[in-house]
Design a protein. Structure first.
Length: 285
């Protein structure tokens, strides 16, 4: 057995950086985001939604849970992990998802792709009674031209039938980008900014992940340790995970069976010292 897991009486590592639905923590913020996204797609006539948040606040895992919960008998969902590409490339990828790669490749311009996309939407709606939902991650990297093209796709809902809903997911600068495009901004029917965890939620978050990783009591972080983790991380789950993982390693090296506030302080202090060393060397040079 892995020495780390054996020492802490775990089945798997609880604070790895990879998003996994198993470790989703039902915070008030994340549940509110999911409720609003579900409402958006259930209405089917709301054009666009926008989910924003700072790096590490849990947008990716929220999107993952949303995708898993969506009603597959009512909706078809396509997720774009990287939205930096031109709209034509995104549309070709989308059409390929439904087996239309060859006609998409033959389309030489945006109009040809638009016509194909229109046919796809009608087929999904009329033949399969499905509503198409598109999720665009890292949408803050989209060009103004790509966003304008997506806005034009939303016009396909103007026939009295809701066939398409698009969700833009990105960092806070996405809001500034969208604000520069009034025609698109006016079609954002739902907006939600995901905030970090509160201090009280941080302890519950740590216990939740430890429990999911197999610890029998999930009581490895003292209340003081949880408080210091919150202060050091700002409540951002990704940073909590990074620090908590290092704290477990530090405590094991100390032959401790619980993480104390002092150990969290040592980990945080050590990280800060190493982060400032290159700058200090540069100054000294």
């Amino acid at each position: 057995m892995n020495p780390f897991l054996e020492y802490w009486n775990l089945i798997e590592r609880p604070f790895e950086p990879v998003s996994h639905a198993k470790f989703y923590y039902h915070s008030g913020e994340h549940e509110e985001a999911l409720a609003r996204l579900n409402y958006l797609v259930d209405q089917e006539t709301m054009y666009f939604g926008m989910l924003t948040g700072e790096i590490g606040c849990g947008k990716s895992l929220t999107r993952q849970i949303f995708a898993a919960r969506i009603n597959a008998e009512q909706h078809c969902l396509v997720h774009f992990e990287n939205s930096i590409f031109p709209a034509a490339d995104l549309m070709r990828r989308l059409l390929g998802e439904f087996g239309w790669a060859e006609p998409a490749a033959r389309a030489t311009d945006g109009h040809g792709l638009y016509v194909l996309f229109t046919k796809l939407l009608r087929q999904l709606s009329q033949d399969y009674n499905r509503h198409l939902v598109l999720l665009f991650d890292e949408a803050q990297d989209m060009s103004r031209e790509t966003l304008a093209d997506l806005k034009r796709l939303s016009n396909l809902n103007d026939e009295g039938v809701g066939r398409l809903t698009m969700v833009l997911i990105g960092q806070p600068e996405l809001r500034e980008l969208v604000a520069q495009l009034p025609a698109l901004d006016q079609r954002i029917s739902l907006r939600f900014h995901l905030k970090p965890l509160g201090m009280g939620e941080t302890g519950a978050y740590l216990r939740h992940r430890l429990s999911k990783a197999g610890h029998p009591t999930a009581d490895l972080f003292s209340s003081e340790a949880a408080e210091k983790l919150y202060e050091a991380s700002g409540g951002f789950p990704r940073e909590i995970n990074r620090l908590a993982k290092l704290c477990l390693e530090q405590a094991r090296a100390d032959s401790s069976r619980q993480i104390s506030g002092q150990q969290v302080h040592r980990v945080v202090d050590d990280l800060r010292r190493h982060q400032t060393m290159p700058i200090m060397k540069g100054i000294a040079a």
